[in-house]
Design a protein around this ligand. Sequence first.
Ligand SMILES: [Ca+2]
Ligand SMILES: [Ca+2]
Ligand SMILES: [Ca+2]
Ligand SMILES: [Ca+2]
Length: 320
Amino acid sequence: MKKLLLFSFFLCLAWNTQAQFEVAITSFEEVTIEAGVNDGQYVDTGDAAAAHDLINNDGQTPVNAAGTGPFPLGYSASYVPYDTPGDGLTDGDFVGITNFTGTVGAYTDGTQGYQFSDADGNMILTFDEFELGGLGDIVLSVDVFIQETGWEYSDGANNSSNDVIRIYAKNSITDEEFDLLNTNGFDIDELGIEGSWLSLNTSLWDGVNAQLFIEFRSNSGSEAMFIDNVRVIADSVIGVDDFTNKGFTIYPNPTQGEIITISSATNQRKDVVVYNMLGQTVLQTQVVNAKLNIGSLKSGVYMIQVTEDGYTSTEKLVVR
Ligand SMILES: [Ca+2]
Ligand SMILES: [Ca+2]
Ligand SMILES: [Ca+2]
Ligand SMILES: [Ca+2]
C-alpha cells in the first residue's frame, strides 16, 4: 500500500494537463431496439430463488451488450433474490436496453437508455473494467432518471419492503468502493432525486483499473430507473510533453520485442525504472547506449521512469 501511494505521488508530479481523453463510453445504443423484434418485457428463464446471471432472450429486450465503438464499454446483468425470494424477473418486467421515452421524455445521449424496474429482488448491472493505466484526473459520469412515484424506505433489509438504488465504482486492485448514489437508509421519496435527469459524477483512482456497478432493489412496476451516457474521461496522461520537450522518445511503444530504444536530445546515461500497475519495481537499470532489454517483462501495461542529467520523466509502456 505504501508503495502504491508513493507511486501515485510521483505520477502526479509527472503528469501534464492535456486535452481530455475518452477511455470508455456507453450510451446504450450498441443494440438497436425495434418494435416487435427485440422490445417489450424481459422474462427471465432462470430460477427466481437463486442468484444468477441474466441472459439475452431472442425476441425480447436485451439486458446485456458487448461494447462497441472507439471506447467500448460493455455491460452484463445479474439477479440476486430477496432473502425470502420473490418472482424476480421471471414474471416479465420492463428492464434492459430501451427506447421508451414515456417516462424520461428523451435520453441525454442518443435515442436509447437502460431501464431497471420491478426486479422483485435485486437487479445488478456490471460494466466492463475501465483500463486506466497511464491515465490521471479521471472522471466517471452516469446520467440517471428515477421515476416519480411512491418508493419505500430502506432499512437495509433484503426484502420486498425495501427499495434501494446504489451506483458505485470499485477499485480493481484494492476493492475499495465509492458511491455515486446509495439510497440505503433513506426513503427515495425524500431525497429530491425523482422525475428528472441527474448527472452523477466522481473522480476515479488515477492509473488503477476500476469498474462501475448499478444495483436496483424494487418490487413494483411503477418503480423504475433509467440510465444513459456512462462516460469515463481522463484529463491527463503521463508526461507526453516532458518527453517531447526534452527530446525523449521511447520506441517501439507498444512493443512486442525484447529491446526498446530510449533516446533523448543529449543521449547521456539514463537511469531507468519500470513499475507495474501496482507500483512495484519490476526493472531497474542504467541505459548507456539508448537500448533497454525488457525481455523479462510479461505482457501488460507499465510505467517507465527515465532520469537523465537530473531530469526525470515518466511514460506509459505497453508490452504485448
Ligand atoms: Ca443513449
Ligand atoms: Ca418482477
Ligand atoms: Ca416520490
Ligand atoms: Ca417498492
